[in-house]
Design a protein. Structure first.
Length: 117
């Protein structure tokens, strides 16, 4: 009888160990598959949204159209004969002074010459 009890005890220990190991393996695999499933679901969701056009600007054909206006015609230029030649020369000197071609002293001298002072 001691041999029989010993055999039963040994079988129980082996069966218990096998059950514990298989349970642990099953839990570990379930955790791995859960992580893989979550990653797969996220990838599929992103691909679906990309394919369906979510997170993209709406097509231009649906954007409200801004009215198109022709550019305003340029202002008519003053007739050349009506412009005072002295004024035109002073304007040219002022432009040269503004652009830095003429210094303050040169501009004052040229202006005095045009004005006759």
């Amino acid at each position: 009888m001691p041999g029989l009890v010993r055999g039963i005890a040994r079988t129980a220990v082996i069966a218990g160990t096998a059950t514990a190991v298989s349970g642990r393996v099953a839990r570990r695999q379930a955790g791995r598959y859960t992580e893989q499933d979550a990653q797969l679901a996220a990838d599929r969701s992103a691909a679906y949204q990309r394919d369906m056009g979510y997170n993209q600007a709406p097509p231009q054909q649906y954007a409200p159209q801004q009215p198109q206006y022709a550019p305003a015609p340029p202002a008519p230029a003053a007739p050349a004969a009506a412009v005072d030649p002295m004024f035109a020369e002073l304007q040219q000197l002022a432009d040269l002074h503004t652009s830095g071609v003429l210094t303050d002293d040169e501009f004052s001298a040229a202006k005095a010459k045009v004005l006759g002072t």
